[in-house]
Design a protein around this ligand. Structure first.
Ligand code: IPE
Ligand code: IPE
Ligand code: MG
Length: 250
């Protein structure tokens, strides 16, 4: 019988009752990792893919219900064409290679971002992965691709404006809940924990709306070197935080 997440969390020194339901990760530092190894940047991205795979299953095993990973930002298009093409190819190959195991593991796949701007074959692969896993509920793996936090809010507001134009709502009906409900992945709760690797202290346009009350954990470790122990360290740090949401907590 597989060890359950409560046992694994306890063995890792974590409180099983306070595992963050949703962890969001800015997977940064692939390029720096590659340079330090005397390798091409794209080799760093391929190593990053291996890390992401391990992280999804490690998080699932510890009882994390939602994992969002920042894979390609709406700003990353300005990188050299060679790197952008290499990343698109990597995402296509990775999704093709992983989808069966994800399904077998009960993982629901979501992709957040402006998918219509992606190469058609990659978009089709993502749409197929979402469709094939829509009934799975063990864990949700949400990939942020061609994702921008500001673009996400703009897209939500556009939907709402169209509803207003059709006379379905009035401006007074617009509230935080309505804006949240029109974001890319409305059924995923806001992240409890935001992890950024490779040390930068910025959000880089990631989940601007959803991270209003997320706990932030930054590690100097570059993404390809991030492993289960780093994940456990991030969750342990999270479990030492006092979440106040504006209230007075004695
Ligand atoms: C993160 O690694 C992956 C993507 C942004 C696609 P980087 O490629 O940004 O790595 P650094 O920041 O150059 O080290
Ligand atoms: C954020 O990393 C985007 C992803 C991890 C996909 P970047 O490397 O693009 O962020 P900046 O440019 O350092 O802010
Ligand atoms: Mg970077």
């Amino acid at each position: 019988m597989p060890t359950d997440s409560t046992t694994l969390a306890l063995e890792a020194g974590l409180d099983p009752a306070r595992i963050p339901a949703h962890i969001a990760i800015i997977m940064d530092g692939n390029g720096r990792w590659a340079r330090a190894q005397g390798k091409e940047r794209l080799e760093g991205h391929w190593e990053g893919y291996r890390t992401l795979k391990n992280t999804v299953y490690a998080a699932d095993a510890l009882g994390v219900r939602y994992l969002t990973a920042y894979g390609f930002s709406s700003e990353n298009w300005v990188r050299p064409e060679y790197e952008v093409d290499g990343l698109m190819n990597l995402m296509l190959r990775a999704m093709q290679a992983e989808i069966e195991e994800l399904i077998e593991s009960g993982v629901r796949v979501r992709v957040s971002g402006r998918l219509h701007e992606l190469p058609p074959d990659l978009r089709a692969e993502f749409e197929s992965a979402m469709e094939r896993t829509t009934h799975l509920h063990r864990m949700t793996f949400n990939l942020a691709i061609n994702y921008g936090g500001r673009a996400e809010v703009v897209d939500s507001v556009r939907h709402i404006a169209e509803m207003a134009l059709r006379g379905e709502i009035t401006p007074d009906d617009i509230d935080e809940r309505m804006i949240s409900a029109h974001l890319y992945s409305p059924h995923i709760p806001d992240p409890d924990l935001l992890v950024r690797t490779a040390g930068e202290l910025r959000l880089s346009n990631f989940l601007l709306w959803e991270t209003a009350y997320s706990e932030i954990y930054v590690t100097p470790t570059c993404w390809p070197d991030f492993d289960r122990d780093h994940l456990i360290a991030a969750i342990a740090d999270y479990q030492r935080r006092v979440r106040k949401f504006g209230a007075v907590v004695e």
